[in-house]
Design a protein around this ligand. Structure first.
Ligand code: AHR
Length: 480
């Protein structure tokens, strides 16, 4: 099962030259910030091609670590980088290869790197390679590093997870909560006709539980049982007094999606009733952005400490044969926002290209630059309708393209209005679909000066958009 592995890095973030004064002679806030506009997002999707089940986290050593399944399922890999975007080109080390024979000689799935008791440990699922053995006799194992540096240390087998049943189990993760280390994993339970359910229990040692496992969820809802009856790949995030556990459901093709369990952080999380299951999937295939079967996520933060969702997804729908053997689940990452109630708002998978941003009238909350189809406005709207990708042209000017309308962009009109229209390749004026990213009066805000109408900038006017003198309050946008 040899597959070509390619990676695409999209070096962006060429901060536009700060201009102290626009051609119209109006003093721009650059003077105030004395500096350049906030850089464009450096990260571009897919972050790493043909790496599925990605776990990315930022360790206290300041490094980002990434591991995940490779299409050959024959080795455990690890990347390290000082930046999230840097993982795209980071050297990939092979920590351990499957054995020549025996229970760990076949598939190696969904590794996770954890620092447990001062030691680096990788948990993963493995199965035999055949020879009369069932290659899907998948169980959870761990390898351990003999030194402080996981990228250079020697990795050896620590052993097999002592699961409650000798049955199919995989996709384990560890999280600390209220001083206790918990293990969460997916397993097939005898007597329950599903492929996998989710379980949780405190850890006694890296491979044994300190208490009987508690079943948190069984796939029963229609979106959880398409193709296969699956709840797998738990990932845990604690924010704002709540514990969120995402999981993946259904078959690993375009039907793959994320579900969400929520518990109060003060609750007894070993009580299954403490967890509320979202009745609908929270993250699914999106045709507008061409991402199919998003799932098997992890959570991390970007260089500024802002929450990031890491997941895999394909950029096409039709798969020949078993999706498990299709190599094109690519690692992707995007900002994770929260709604007013403090719950994660996953939006949609943002699609290939530079990370999009949100633009809000400076100092105002709950309203954004948004669109409904080709109607652009300023107001509240579903997350995906407020996300715009900045696409630099050869001169560094930007087209602002809605993620849901990839071949469209914002354009200023001669009458001082702003509309959304098909991107006119290479048309600089009079179309006006190019903007210069100028620094605003504070760190995380910008002015988007029209390239076609110098001195004029994209501005918010109650619920609508217009051009206004650059630097005016209405032309200042908070970015997030
Ligand atoms: O990628 C291999 C397996 O496929 C993962 O462990 C699981 O999450 C998915 O179903």
């Amino acid at each position: 099962m040899q597959f070509g592995i390619s990676r695409r890095a999209f070096a962006a973030g060429a901060a536009l030259l700060p201009v102290a004064c626009s051609r119209a002679g109006r003093a721009l806030p650059a003077a105030a910030t004395g500096g350049s506009a906030p850089p464009l997002p450096a990260l571009s999707n897919p972050l790493v091609k043909q790496r599925a089940d990605a776990q990315i986290f930022r360790h206290e050593d300041g490094n980002y670590y990434m591991t995940g399944s490779v299409p050959e399922y024959d080795r455990l890999i690890l990347r390290r980088s000082r930046t999230l975007a840097g993982l795209a080109d980071a050297e990939e080390r092979v920590l351990w290869r499957h054995e020549a024979s025996g229970p760990m000689s076949g598939f190696l799935w969904a590794p996770e790197l954890h620092f447990v008791g001062g030691r680096w440990i990788v948990y993963f699922a493995a199965g035999p390679s055949g020879g009369g053995e069932d290659v899907f006799r998948i169980r959870t194992y761990a390898v351990i590093c003999d030194g402080p540096d996981p990228m250079t240390g020697n990795w050896t087998v620590l052993g097999q997870f002592d699961a409650p049943w000798d049955s199919f189990n995989l996709d384990s993760t560890i999280f600390m909560h209220r001083g206790t280390q918990y293990f969460a994993w997916a397993q097939r339970e005898p007597g329950i006709e599903t492929n996998s359910n989710l379980y949780i229990a405190p850890l006694a040692t890296p491979l044994t539980l300190a208490a009987p496992a508690v079943r948190l969820t069984v796939p029963t809802l229609d979106w959880e049982v398409r193709g296969f009856k699956v709840n797998e790949a738990p990932a845990v995030l604690e924010r704002g007094g709540k514990l969120f556990m995402t999981y993946s459901a259904s078959a690993t093709d375009a039907r793959y999606c994320l579900g969400l369990l929520t518990a109060d952080a003060d609750a007894d999380i070993m009580d299954p009733h403490a967890w509320t299951k979202s009745p609908e999937p929270v993250f699914t295939t999106c045709r507008e952005t061409s991402v199919y079967g998003p799932g098997h996520n992890s959570f991390t933060v970007d260089e500024e400490g802002r929450d990031m969702l890491v997941y895999h997804g394909r950029d096409y729908e039709a798969i020949e044969g078993d999706p498990l053997f299709n190599p094109d689940r690519h690692t992707r990452a995007q900002r994770l926002y929260f709604d007013a109630q403090g719950n994660p708002d996953f939006g949609v998978p943002v699609g290939n290209g530079p990370l999009p941003e949100r633009f809000a009238p400076a100092g105002r909350s709950g309203v954004w630059l948004a669109h409904a189809g080709t109607r652009a406005f300023v107001g509240s709207a579903p997350l995906a309708q407020t996300q715009f990708r900045s696409l630099p042209d050869a001169n560094g000017d930007l087209r602002l393209s809605p993620i849901l309308l990839r071949d469209h962009c914002l354009a200023a009109t001669a009458s001082g209005g702003v509309e959304i229209r098909p991107s006119a390749a290479g048309d600089r004026a009079p179309g006006g679909d190019l903007f210069k990213r100028r620094p605003g009066p504070r760190k995380d805000c910008v002015i988007l000066e029209s390239a076609a109408y110098p001195g004029k900038a994209l501005a918010h006017d109650a619920g609508s958009l217009r051009l206004a003198p650059a630097g005016e309050a209405a032309s200042i946008w908070d970015i997030s």
